[in-house]
Ligand binder design. Structure first.
Ligand code: ADP
Ligand code: AMP
Length: 214
């Protein structure tokens, strides 16, 4: 089962990917998480990626594609996987298709979590991430039991550098320019399924599960 989560930054891709991947016993692969882990470990890739991420820009395709194609060759991916935040450009989608075609695979479900721009600023402004385990919360829509402390590991919560309001606007602009065209790309392959991402978290999960049971 090869699933892609599409949607604007803050649409709820990571939130849903965690639940859906667990429900189906497949890995959740987030290129954003991979970059943030590299930044935390101060790797060369992390330093390069950070320069783009902090400005709300996409990391160049050449730094992302090989990394992702290597990741999906790993043993835990044999039964499938859920990609969150990849592909983000048409060249990335084409590179993924080439890698999959070589093995007789294809993207089965490109799930577009549809959330209008006016919701996004509130979503990202309230997003909090655990510095230790990366779990994501929202101050209003998905709060922790104790303010500022991760429910899962008791780590501290922070606002992501790229969730500052000026960066959010840039990320949305880049989304519309470079990532939204993927909706037509996957529609043309007959793999596109759109869910209403403005509903509450459990409702969106139910919509996605309904798609996956088709
Ligand atoms: P993405 O991975 O698409 O950037 P996230 O999954 O991190 O988005 O969600 C962005 C923020 O919105 C997080 O703070 C998350 O807790 C919150 N969120 C996610 N889904 C919903 C929803 N359906 N309703 C309200 N808030 C949500
Ligand atoms: P995310 O956690 O998916 O919101 O990603 C955070 C940031 O990482 C993005 O704003 C980009 O700068 C970078 N990034 C993550 N995935 C990709 C990708 N597939 N292509 C380019 N940049 C990416």
């Amino acid at each position: 089962m090869i699933i892609i989560a599409l949607g604007a930054p803050g649409a709820g891709k990571g939130t849903q990917a965690k639940v859906i991947s667990e429900n189906h016993g497949i890995p959740h692969i987030s290129t954003g998480d991979i970059f943030r882990a590299n930044i935390k470990n101060q790797t060369e890739l992390g330093m390069k990626a950070k320069a783009y991420m902090d400005q709300g820009l996409l990391v160049p395709d050449e730094l992302v594609v090989d990394l992702l194609v290597d990741r999906i060759k790993q043993a835990d991916c044999v039964k499938g996987y859920l990609l969150d935040g990849f592909p983000r450009t048409i060249p990335q989608a084409e590179a993924l298709d080439r890698a999959l075609n070589n093995r007789g695979d294809k993207v089965e479900y490109a799930i577009n979590i549809d959330v209008p721009d006016e919701f996004i600023v509130t979503r990202m402004g309230g997003r909090r991430a655990c510095v230790t385990c990366g779990a994501t919360y929202h101050v209003e829509f998905s709060p922790t039991k104790v303010e500022g402390i991760c429910d899962k590991c008791q780590g501290s919560l922070i606002v992501r550098d790229d969730d500052k309001p000026e960066t959010v606007m840039k990320r949305l602009e880049i989304y519309h320019e470079q990532t939204q065209p993927l909706i037509d790309y996957y529609a043309a392959q007959g793999a596109l399924y759109t869910v209403d991402g403005t509903k509450d978290i459990a409702d969106v999960t139910a919509q996605i599960e309904a798609v996956l049971s088709k």
